[in-house]
Design a protein around this ligand. Sequence first.
Ligand code: GTR
Length: 440
Amino acid sequence: MLEPLASRGYPFSMSPQKIAPFFAVFFIMLHADAQPKGFNYDEANVPAYTLPAPLIANDGSQVTSASQWQQSRRGEILSLFEQSVYGRKPGKPDELQFTVTSQDNNALGGLARRKQITILFEGGDRPFSVNLLVYIPTNRTGPAPLFIGYNFNGNHTIQSDPGIDLSKSWIRRSENGAINHRATEAARGTSSKRWPVETILKRGYAIATAYYGDVEPDHAEGWKDGIRAFYKTDENGDPLALTDWSAISAWSWALSRMVDYLETDADIDSNRIALLGHSRLGKTALWGGATEERFAIVISNDSGCGGAALSRRAFGETVQRINTNFPHWFCETFSLYNGNEGALPVDQHELIALMAPRPVYIASAVEDVWADPNGEFLSARAAEPVYALFGKEGVGVTTQPTVNTPVGDFIGYHIRTGKHDVTDYDWAQYLDFADRHFDR
Ligand code: GTR
């Protein structure tokens, strides 16, 4: 039996002043956890590498025009990412049902119309649904442009608005008001710092979000309760085994189904949809934006390894580490490149290039070294030749800009102070970027 903690000399009898150093150590440990040991955080130790050239076709010929890119090279790179990183996806289901389950025209003190929509997919073994939450600004003329992004812990966490349905799905983290992986009332609004809904609405944008765990719970066995257990063929009707796709491709596939809905909603300007995601959901946003051209702007917030950061740098999180810790995120083939990033037929600058000529924004944070901020910048920069084919300027600078100094035209980039998070500063840049590209 375990001894009581106090009898082992645990400092319960200490004064708060004496306890403070123990908390300090605890916080340092937490912080250290964000930068696991045994990985490279030193620019001097980045291995020598050569990036695959986005403008050299598989047959070795040079791609010199936007039409060549659109007609053949883009598809080649997309297939290479499907085969080696994210896997394939099903097509658009024939049976897709949208049900507006609630509507409040006077939400958030009259600032917005709030709608909740159930997107029901049929055509698999059983019905399957995802719940979309949308706020539309009241003060607008005509359909509103929109930001859309997945949330980490349920729609009810983005605002304390009691009208938002509590998620019934499995919640990954049993914290912030979730108990035993289920949402409770205490969870309402716990992620609101990352979702400045009122600011977004006051700038004239609608905002839509869904809980990514509705699509596939984020753990190695999550596919059993997600759409990967549901669809068995890809968009061409070819068999799609579990390991032929991935949680990231499942999550990004469902983003397209949300666009299918948004195209039917007269309150939304579906030609002006900006997709964003943070961290693993930033990886999802990039793959979602690459595979779905109806997203007019794509934004990656601190997406790191398997997102915006160049894999070949092996700086911070590596391909081996991500495949080991999160075996369900990528397709099976990606693990062939564990410790062997140089053999990858693609690198992540080509993922960014797949957005061209649409505007894309890559954001990093100084303390987020695990995600390799410089690798994210270099990746954004290495996508520039593809934008140049369209006569569009990318980041426009050759070295990582100073902190809190956004750069770029069609490829936006900033590195801000602070840690791995989505902050008001990040949102301020995304809103300005969208205003500029949506001619507002
Ligand atoms: C980390 C993972 C990162 C990033 C992050 C997140 O544990 O190593 O790639 O995705 O999780 O999504 O919060």
